[in-house]
Design a protein around this ligand. Structure first.
Ligand code: ACO
Length: 429
């Protein structure tokens, strides 16, 4: 007999089914709670609420485990290409050679964006934040491909949209950078791989030859894999909720980019480097900044520390910390900010405030240091995160569509005024 739990409300006992995941995680299915009891649940920030069943990513925050479709993040970061991981997340299995060739070719075919989009870029002020540009550009892609707006969501249309999105996001990201630099757009090179093509669009100039540095290409590949999915985080939940209204995939991903931009989420990678720079410029007194982060009257938080789910360590942070050391050494870069980061981590990890609250460096604590070494400007860090997260957003959106999930629409506990009569302007105080 399947397991149930009993909930007693106003003396009456109700029974609700227990749902068990493939890693024995348990949930109480309360989908009939309101219909049976008249009650709803209240859970700020959805800290205890499962919004869906998902077969994509497994995350065990207590033990620092992260797996995409059953494969450990450590193994994927070491052995896979980002395009392989994208395929794995979206279609559920690692591709065989024929599938990978087809997927890779199709993505390569779609890297160009419509020339009219250049005019959108021209209209943005110089120095516009690239995340703002990217979110707008991705949303406007839906206007160039109206078949994506079809609520019937045919498999063929969805496939095309998926390939186009993966192909065009790097092109648009690089264009946003070039716009801010005031440099001419560099068109995609179909003879290069996914990461190499992106690097060339970012860094090549018409005045000189450009060769992709294999160290840089491999570092980007690893970083994108580490960011590729993270189950029901803020931006992914946004993508799923927006998509649940039958909004198209471009618009849903555009909303995900907006959610990722915030400093409590993907924007943390930019905020970490800005914080480390401020600490350096301020003389490097780490204790002063730790004290500020602990002071409840000070809004400052140690950026890159803490995570909603990881309470012991973030496995991605471990991989990135090691990669940061390797990349800086291979490129011969000596970044004083890396030393500050390492010292800050040590001070925080030995401070009872951080230990008691389970606050550890997250994926973004060291990623910015690698991006800096690769000459990626600070305001492009969150764009790099978006490039990595795209396959996860797509996979989660596709799963939501295939499972025919209902429109996302939470309830609320109303705490405002009870009914009152309108008062004319002359009678108001
Ligand atoms: N610095 C100082 N104190 C912190 C920090 C921090 N970085 N993070 C959490 N805390 C404290 C809180 O003040 C709170 O203390 P209290 O219990 O005394 O009130 C306690 O730790 C729990 O924190 P919450 O904010 O309740 O935890 P929540 O799960 O809601 O937030 C979050 C998680 C947003 C990641 C938070 O840790 C944070 O703001 N970190 C800094 C921003 C950051 O690095 N974001 C990137 C996350 S990873 C990602 O999205 C890719």
């Amino acid at each position: 007999m399947s397991e149930t739990v009993q909930i007693i409300i106003e003396g009456k006992e109700y029974e609700f089914p227990v749902v068990e995941g493939s890693e024995q995680e348990k949930a109480i299915d309360i989908s009939k709670l309101r219909a049976q009891t008249g009650y709803i649940t209240l859970d700020y920030g959805f800290k205890n609420t499962g919004s869906t069943k998902s077969a994509i990513t497994y995350l065990d925050g207590e033990n620092g485990i992260l797996r995409y479709r059953g494969y450990s993040i450590e193994e994927l970061a070491e052995k896979a290409s980002f395009v392989e991981v994208a395929f794995l997340l979206i279609y559920g299995e690692l591709p065989n050679k024929k599938q990978l060739d087809y997927f890779q070719d199709s993505i390569t075919q779609h890297t160009l964006v419509h020339e009219n989009m250049k005019r959108f870029f021209e209209a943005f002020p110089q120095g516009a934040h690239p995340m703002g540009m990217l979110s707008s550009m991705i949303s406007s892609l839906s206007t160039f491909y109206p078949e994506s707006q079809n609520p019937d969501r045919s498999v063929v249309d969805i496939e095309k949209t998926i390939h186009r999105l993966i192909a065009k996001l790097p092109t648009l990201a690089a264009q946003a950078y070039k716009h801010n630099m005031g440099h001419p757009t560099v068109y995609p090179s179909n003879d290069l791989g996914y990461c190499g093509n992106f690097l060339k669009m970012m860094f090549s100039l018409p005045t000189e030859d450009y060769e992709v540095d294999p160290v840089v290409e491999s570092a980007i590949n690893k970083l994108l894999i580490l960011h590729a999915d993270h189950e029901q985080n803020c931006s992914t939940s946004t993508v799923r909720v927006v998509g649940s209204s039958q909004a198209n995939l471009y618009s849903s991903v555009s909303a995900g980019i907006a959610a990722l931009w915030g400093p409590l989420h993907g924007g943390a990678n930019q905020a970490v480097i800005e914080m480390l720079e401020s600490i350096r410029e301020d003389g490097g007194d780490l204790q002063k900044w730790i004290d500020k982060a602990k002071d409840k009257n000070d809004s400052f938080r140690l950026m890159g520390f803490g995570h909603r789910v990881y309470k012991n360590f973030d496995p991605r942070a471990r991989i990135i910390k090691k990669a940061a050391d390797e990349v800086l050494e291979q490129l011969g870069v000596d970044d004083p900010v890396l030393d500050i980061a390492k010292k800050l981590e040590q001070v925080a990890l030995n401070d009872s405030y951080f230990v008691e609250r389970g606050l550890y460096p997250n994926v973004d604590f060291y990623s910015g240091i690698i991006y800096r070494a690769l000459n990626i400007p600070t305001d492009m860090f969150t764009v790099m995160f978006a490039l990595g997260r795209l396959p996860g957003w797509i996979a989660q959106w596709k799963e939501m569509v295939e499972n025919r999930e209902p429109i996302g629409r939470p309830r609320q506990v109303f705490t405002g005024s009870n009914e009152r009569s309108f008062v004319g302007l002359s009678d108001r105080d």
